[in-house]
Design a protein around this ligand. Sequence first.
Ligand SMILES: [Zn+2]
Length: 469
Amino acid sequence: MHPGEWSFLDSMWRWASFATDAGWTQAAGRVAIERLRHERLARLLAWTRRHSRFYAAHWGAAPRHDLRLADLPPVHKAALMARFDEWVTDAAVTRKGVEAFTRDLGRIGESFLGRYAVFSSSGTTGVPGLIVHDADALAVYDALGATRLGALAPAWNWNQPLSGHRYALIAATEGHFAGIVSWERLRALHPWFEANARVFPVTAPIREICDELERFKPTVVASYATVLRALAHEKDAGRLAITPSVLWYGGEWLAPIARDHIERAFGCRVAGDYGASEFLNIAFECPRGSLHLNDDWVVLEPVDADYRPVGPDTPSASVLLTNLANHVQPLVRYELGDSVTLASKPCGCGSPFPVIRVDGRRDEILRLDDARGRDVPVMPMALCTAVEEGTGEHRFQVVQTGPRALRVRLEPHRRGREAAAGVKDALARFLARQGLAGISIRVETGVIAAHPVSGKFRQVWREKERASA
Ligand SMILES: [Zn+2]
């Protein structure tokens, strides 16, 4: 077996076991869910204290027995990454090894050490993260998708080869990001998926993406919310002739008005989920459009700026995540940063899982003019990916200040002047690929004002022309 190959049998058995369990839990209702969460949490905390040197020290003063989540201090990505080798619970997993693995773009979707998946993320805090998931965690994410999304997510279901679907993913492909890694892993495990799935790099010009989609004729299109919005615009303008049956979004916030526009343009359902590199399937949308939290496998604690719990129907300042499925790199009260609102009323769909609302990142699609004055949409996710991949810089903000002008604020990781020149160059090359050569780009260096608790900052937006007039 090739060292990066996944074991088909092992993956299938784990999936079958967790899928049965996840289906049963859904039917068994609230009492069973609470009991399972309690058991899984107790197991995770005991394991983590015994095997993670980072947490053993971090939890020093907490009681030895009957540990409760509320007794434990929150953790943050920057501190965990700084002590990566003490954080993980398998000595074979080292920061050095994981970094070498993720530097190799030829290994996207392969297993690390024959048993782990690695997702790299910059998130919206500007601190790059490397999250390692074990085989049980991967099987849990797959099983949640297969049992709780039904017909909307055939990609996760091992029993779907006859569905006749053709899947298109438009995503950042030049890095070990959660979306592309999960996709490539499924392709490696399922020959039927491999034959009916294609990936389109989000950094390609929108015109090129539309042409390729027309040739491929997908029935399921998965991407970021801003990409689906741009595609709806192309469809309305008569420049995109595809007829998918489901459009899938994740990773970004989708405003209700934008969702209506996309659904009208394509005449099909838009469905979404809430996930992160730290836990792939935190919540799924039900047919009524509510996001249901998979709280048998993940604990989300909405908190205020001082990490005190926030009650239902109140948007939180931040949120703490505890992943009950993954034991190789424990995440216990990990600050995710999004604003989450827990709904006090259950959803009419009958699901036993609680309803949440998430206000994550709200980047805007830029609309620049090409040399002939034609309007060209530029997706924020594509633009940020191009800069990050081209320069290794993560803390920057891009503002459109005119029809052919951008301003960038950069908090450089390397020497200021060199970094600024690199960012300008990477942006110019990316824009030229979109047919936008000669756009004016001004890069200034300085500190970026981030949210005091979450560390998040807004990354891409358009300056409203008459806002100050
Ligand atoms: Zn529902």
